[in-house]
Design a protein around this ligand. Structure first.
Ligand code: ZN
Length: 173
């Protein structure tokens, strides 16, 4: 796949020209994702298409598909977390944010004339990642983690809890 993703986005111009981009990135190109992955070698495929919303704000629709390696919070081994994310965002700055948000789309606010593409994609990828990453199947976790969790599951149901007030009766207060 050709990578024709521009380094920076000019929302107004791209919407006017109805530009479309697609490309493949390596996680290593995305510094904020590098910080949260033990292996930045995985790939992310991105598509973006620009148009104008009904109120003529720049609108970007796109997809992000790929994998990010994360640390499984059950067994602390690496797990490949799949990302299949779609976004549809109005790109607006400053004073336009309030009126644009009435259009019913999510709004991405920017302050300079351009949006840094990497910033934008990093934000969308972080939103798509789970808060607590873990292997999708327990069977994929380390044997010791599986054993630990299965043992916890087999703990017999709680005994009926002693009523803390029962003791007070004995005390005759
Ligand atoms: Zn695991």
């Amino acid at each position: 796949m050709n990578n024709d993703i521009p380094l920076r986005i000019d929302p107004v111009l791209f919407a006017k020209q109805e530009r479309q981009f697609s490309g493949e990135l390596v996680v290593a190109d995305l510094p904020r994702i590098v910080e949260i992955t033990p292996n930045p070698a995985t790939q992310i495929v991105v598509t973006m298409s620009f148009s104008k919303s009904s109120l003529h704000y720049p609108l970007v629709k796109g997809t992000i598909d790929g994998e990010v390696v994360q640390i499984c919070q059950r067994c602390l081994r690496h797990t490949n977390v799949a990302i299949n994310s779609q976004f549809e965002l109005l790109l607006v700055s400053g004073a336009a944010v309030e009126s644009a948000s009435q259009e019913g789309h999510e709004v991405f606010e920017y302050n300079e004339q351009h949006i840094d593409t990497v910033d934008f994609l990093e934000q969308e990828i972080i939103l798509a990642l789970p808060i607590v990453p873990k292997h999708s199947l327990l069977e994929e976790c380390s044997a010791s983690a599986q054993k630990w969790i299965k043992n916890k599951e087999h703990v017999p149901a709680d005994q009926p809890k002693e009523n803390p007030f029962a003791k007070l009766k004995d005390l005759n207060i």
